[in-house]
Write a protein that binds this ligand. Structure first.
Ligand code: ZN
Length: 83
């Protein structure tokens, strides 16, 4: 009887872990941030024309000149490019 009880508890724990995992996988597939996890998606990187570093456009400094936008890894690179 005790054995059966333990087995049941074990099954419940495993099932819970499994569903939590499935939830995380599904959330990841939809692009929704999972519990405690950051949103992960392939980020298209752009090249800093000054130092050649690849930076994500969303979190980098930009400068629009001559109809095209350039992205920089830092303010120093942007300053250099302006000159
Ligand atoms: Zn740079």
């Amino acid at each position: 009887m005790v054995r059966f009880l333990l087995l049941t508890i074990l099954l419940v724990v495993v099932a819970r872990l499994f569903w939590r995992l499935m939830d995380a996988v599904m959330a990841g597939a939809r692009g929704v941030p999972g519990p405690g996890g950051q949103r992960r998606e392939p980020v298209k990187l752009v090249r800093d024309p000054v130092c050649g570093t690849y930076v994500p456009p969303r979190s980098s400094l930009s400068l629009t000149s001559g109809g095209s936008t350039h992205y920089f890894c830092s303010e120093a690179c942007r300053q250099k490019f302006r000159r």
